[in-house]
Write a protein that binds this ligand. Structure first.
Ligand code: UD1
Ligand code: MG
Length: 467
């Protein structure tokens, strides 16, 4: 293939059956907008440009999608919507004449690059080529009419509503995906009429017009229902989401990942796994997550934008929310159960973070531990620090945030407040219950709490008996 590929994505339809204020193509599957899947797939077949045809909710669609690297993303509006042929006609001014055009559907998210490459090969830079489907039930779809004398060539597509009973008996249907050289496609689009039961300009009529010009129209057929499945309703969206997750889960298992149950895994982004990774049930992965060799993820964890290094273990109900800054968990670290790691957390080797501990924008050196009910925010924690139960960094004075530095080998007792900015010197100890607002010298015991008193002449109140 030498000619550049330009992709047209039809996304102007209303999506009435979604019963949603959100345009249909922005509904998410695997964490990405439906149309974004299509645009990303276009990038994977090295498309030079992608023209998205918008109409209903155009503004939201135009701001809700993004261009993959190396692809020029353009939008063309179709108002009003007079059919799929009319939709593609709108893209003509945005399409160069020297390319091959691939027409895709914004609500058919799981078409695969290999299928598109096969279609482009069938098009061979000169022919109109169609992706057709043979999955048994063709009801509602455009039927593919072939020449009985030369079954390899397609004569026409007849829409379900316009088809005769004999035509409706045909099981091969048009997927909505086609490829053609730009010049030919533009010529055929100019020939469309709305003389049909729906008074629409059907894109599918390009087939009969190509035949009328003496062109042979080619087709390749898929039997994979997932690749050509469109989303029209919440039920279809959920069904396709499951199919998508099942495929991801199988690919992970083929690669050696041990999933406790492939039906209870949700990947809403990219999950990269090393060898001997184990993932228990009901885990959700978002954004880009990298799990190193031997990582163990317990049940019910939510992990977003994070790198978990080799042999680290995240126990049940751990929530890792890397955001923009990301989270790194060092090798052999033990996190959870019920731990929360927020953006900018960097944990060194063998760090322990226990239940109900929240860490944000903080670095913990190797072997540091915060095992119970604690908060570390905007802190730099040295190696081997032990941070006691119930202790917190008071990093925010209501206006600005400040850092807390806890140097190596410090022991912070239980229920301490470290009021930032403050530094606890290396090897020091902070007595339980202390509120530390001044930096402490290395190697000292710092205690900042009221002195204990025990009063002998004290009477515990007693309940008065009703008169
Ligand atoms: C279309 C095909 C049919 C095929 C089926 C596969 C036509 C005439 N028919 O039918 O042969 O079997 O897809 O799913 O093409 N759209 C616009 N502007 C419009 C109308 C539609 O952008 O004016 C968009 C829709 O948002 C949708 C896509 O085009 O993404 C397909 O439109 P839809 O109405 O679903 O076409 P079908 O009737 O399903
Ligand atoms: Mg449709």
């Amino acid at each position: 293939m030498v000619l550049p590929v330009d992709v047209v994505v039809m996304a102007a339809g209303k999506g009435t059956r979604m019963k949603s204020a959100k345009p249909k193509v922005l509904h998410r599957l695997g964490g990405l907008a439906l149309a974004q899947h299509v645009i990303d797939t276009a990038a994977r077949v090295s498309a030079r440009s992608v023209v998205v045809i918008t109409g209903h909710g155009a503004q939201a669609v135009e701001t809700g999608l993004c261009a993959p690297a190396g692809v020029a993303l353009k939008y063309v509006r179709q108002e009003p919507q007079l059919g799929t042929g009319h939709a593609v006609q709108q893209s003509v001014p945005a399409l160069a004449d020297d390319g091959v055009v691939l027409v895709l559907n914004g609500d058919v998210p799981l078409i695969e690059p290999e299928t598109l490459r096969a279609l482009l090969a069938a098009c061979d830079e000169t022919h109109l080529a169609l992706l057709t489907v043979d999955t048994g039930d063709a009801s509602g779809y455009g039927r593919v009419l072939r020449d009985p004398a030369r079954p390899e060539s397609v004569l026409a597509i007849v829409e379900h509503k316009d088809a005769s009973d004999a035509q409706r008996a045909i099981t091969e249907w048009y997927s909505g995906v086609m490829a053609a050289p730009a010049g030919l496609l533009k010529q055929l689009l100019g020939m469309l009429k709305d003389d049909n039961s729906q008074k629409e300009f059907y894109l599918t009529d390009v087939v009969k017009h190509a035949v009328s010009l003496g062109q042979s129209v080619r087709a390749i057929t898929t039997r994979d229902p997932v690749q050509v499945a469109g989303v029209n309703s919440p039920v279809q969206l959920a069904d396709l989401e499951r199919a998508y997750q099942r495929r991801l889960a199988h690919a992970l298992m083929e690669q050696g990942v041990r999933l406790a149950d492939p039906a209870r895994l949700d990947v809403r982004g990219e999950l990269v796994c090393g060898t001997d990774v184990e993932i228990d049930i009901n885990c959700v992965f978002e954004g880009r997550v990298v799990l190193g060799d031997g990582v163990h993820i317990g049940p019910n964890c939510v992990i977003a934008n994070a790198t978990i290094e080799a042999s680290a273990s995240l126990q049940a109900f751990t929530h890792v929310q890397g955001g923009q800054a990301g989270v790194t968990v060092g090798p052999r670290a033990e996190i959870g159960p019920f731990a929360r790691l927020r953006p900018g957390t960097r944990l060194g080797a063998e760090v322990h973070i226990g239940n109900f501990v929240e860490v944000k924008n903080s670095t913990l050196g190797a072997g540091a531990k915060a095992n119970h009910l604690a908060y570390l925010g905007d802190a730099d924690v040295g190696e081997r620090v032990n941070y006691g139960a119930g202790s917190i960094t008071a990093n925010y004075d209501g206006a600005s945030k400040y850092r807390t530095v806890i140097e190596a080998d410090v022991h912070v007792g239980s229920n301490c407040v470290l009021v930032a900015p403050v530094t606890i010197g290396a090897g020091g100890t902070v007595g339980a219950g202390s509120t530390i607002s001044k930096s402490t010298p290395a190697g000292t015991l710092s205690v900042a709490r009221a002195k204990q008193v025990s009063l002998g002449n004290w009477q515990r109140p007693v309940k008065k008996k009703p008169a």
